[in-house]
Write a protein that binds this ligand. Structure first.
Ligand SMILES: [Mg+2]
Length: 242
């Protein structure tokens, strides 16, 4: 008897199920508008990214860390000669991001509803616990998930642990996400299958330079394709040993 190769499906949330990066880009644009006295946009933008990267080990991922990094960047580039209204502006922008309605990507609900009838679905997302819980509730998708894992970092050991605890181990897990760095590479490393669904907007931090070639990797333009992929894997279970 050939046993199904995939029994548990993991899903990233930001820019896989709902829009996220576009709000960061929009806010960054407004932030740069406040700093026109202190440099050109490209330089200020790469300065902000350097501060964000430096702060990830301290603040983790998410909007609150982004707000603190914007403040730090503003103080740095202005050498402290900053009008307090800039700080007030940054706080307002952060609050707006934290209150922004959740905007699902096309066909996400239908796709998850159909898949949830056949497989346990696990939401695996990193970032700020409070904000991710808010977005999940606002998305109306919470009931479709068998389990929700909000983690501080997505590494191979994260996927190994989550698929062991919530499923039948990583080699019978499949991870769906938009980020090569956070969703795809570490899931493959853990031994899972992975479906990369690129989003038009992906944060520089999440990008990977080298193309990835892996027998367990699928690249699709739309989340609706996930059901077909799982069926193709499970229909050919014997031939997938990668
Ligand atoms: Mg994502």
């Amino acid at each position: 008897m050939v046993q199904a190769a995939v029994t548990t499906l993991g899903f990233d949330a930001d820019d896989t199920l709902w829009q996220n990066e576009q709000f960061f880009r929009y806010t960054e644009g407004r932030f740069l508008d406040l700093l026109t006295d202190f440099g050109d946009r490209a330089t200020l933008s790469s300065g902000l990214f350097a501060v964000e990267k430096r702060n990830i080990p301290v603040y983790g991922f998410g909007i609150k860390g982004f707000v603190l990094s914007m403040m730090e960047t503003a103080l740095e580039v202005s050498a402290g000669r900053l009008d307090p209204s800039v700080i007030a502006g940054v706080l307002t922008m952060g609050r707006e991001m934290l209150n922004h309605p959740v905007e699902l990507l096309p066909e996400v609900r239908e796709t998850l509803e159909a898949l949830a009838e056949r497989y346990p679905l696990i939401l695996i997302t990193k970032g700020d616990l409070f904000d991710q819980e808010r977005k999940l509730t606002a998305s109306g998708l919470a009931e479709l998930f068998h389990a929700v894992e909000i983690v501080s970092e997505k590494s191979a050991s994260t996927y190994a642990r989550v698929f062991a605890a919530r499923g039948d181990g990583a080699d019978k897990g499949l991870m769906v996400g938009n980020s090569l760095r956070s969703d795809i590479l570490p899931a493959l490393e853990a031994g899972a299958f992975a479906v990369h669904i690129p989003h038009d907007l992906t944060w520089t931090y999440e990008q990977v330079e080298e193309p990835i070639d892996h027998p367990r990797l699928f690249i699709e333009s739309h989340i609706r394709k996930v059901a077909e992929i799982v069926e193709s894997i499970n229909g050919n279970a014997g031939s997938f040993r990668g």
